[in-house]
Design a protein around this ligand. Structure first.
Ligand code: IPE
Ligand code: IPE
Ligand code: MG
Length: 248
């Protein structure tokens, strides 16, 4: 599938028609998708995992530099244990498959969130993806697991405080603070997409989304296709980003 906007532009270029460098997605609507079909919510998560595979591959194919997806929030632990363990199981399966082909596909992976509370098996898979990712350049996929924007900012503040106590803290600028976040070294998202019909941020990338363009759609995540991503990118390309200033 080729998108028209792609023909003359490359990732990172600025101006109308440019591809965003970094797209972030709140992968929402799995449960409702399943309910509409009379299926258990877990079937919705399995379908959502398939959508993630397709969308991530497409994002790489069009030359996107960074894709960040919200897979499991710090609040999602409130869900029934069976649902949580299904989601973790799907993540495990995805990582198993991804590890085998990351290098060939030139997709790097990083995790945002406190992964130390995940199962030893998941932590081992995550460590392997990190190791493989150091070996090449390519599209970078950031997977947010046990991630919360407030939690991230608090952790960064604590880490900065600890650096102060050691006498090793840099001057506290926005840039320096960003280095204490999970997203250190990753540019802020240009486009933040939320499928599933809700129009809220749900504790996602609170610091980083300061000037992201938002795109909401009622399409439920399991039904989200590369064509839907094209639509979101086209909407982004029609926006005027002023960053508080005036139009040129
Ligand atoms: C998103 O889908 C997946 C996670 C939050 C883990 P939901 O499970 O929230 O689906 P809805 O919003 O109930 O439809
Ligand atoms: C946000 O969706 C978290 C993820 C998609 C991982 P939720 O379904 O948890 O958000 P709320 O509860 O509708 O705000
Ligand atoms: Mg939801």
């Amino acid at each position: 599938m080729m998108a028209v906007f792609q023909s003359n532009h490359t990732a990172g270029e600025t101006g109308p028609g440019a591809l965003p460098r970094h797209i972030a997605i709140i992968m929402d609507g799995n449960g409702r998708w399943a309910k509409q079909r009379g299926l258990p919510r877990t079937a919705g998560h399995a379908a959502g995992a398939e959508t993630f595979r397709r969308v991530a591959t497409y994002a790489r194919d069009i030359g996107l530099e960074f894709l960040t997806v919200y897979a499991f929030s710090t609040e999602n632990w409130k869900r029934p244990a069976e649902e949580v363990s299904t989601i973790m199981g799907l993540l495990e399966r995805y990582l198993h498959e991804a590890i085998a082909k990351m290098e060939r596909d030139r997709v790097k992976m990083r995790f945002f969130g406190d992964t130390t509370v995940l199962s030893p098996k998941l932590q081992e898979l995550i460590a392997r993806t990190a190791e493989i990712s150091t070996r090449f350049e390519g599209c970078q996929v950031n997977i947010c697991v046990n991630y919360g924007g407030r939690d991230e900012i608090l952790r960064a503040a604590r880490a900065y405080g600890a650096a102060c106590a050691r006498g090793e803290a840099p001057e506290l600028t926005e840039e320096a603070f960003g280095d204490y976040l999970y997203s250190a070294g990753v540019p802020d998202p240009d486009l933040l997409i939320r499928p599933g019909g809700e129009m809220r941020i749900s504790n996602f990338l609170l610091w980083q989304a300061a000037y992201a363009e938002f795109y909401f759609t009622d399409v439920l995540w399991p039904d989200f296709t590369p064509a839907e991503l094209d639509k979101a990118i086209a909407a982004f390309q029609g926006r005027s980003r002023r960053y508080g200033g005036l139009m040129q």
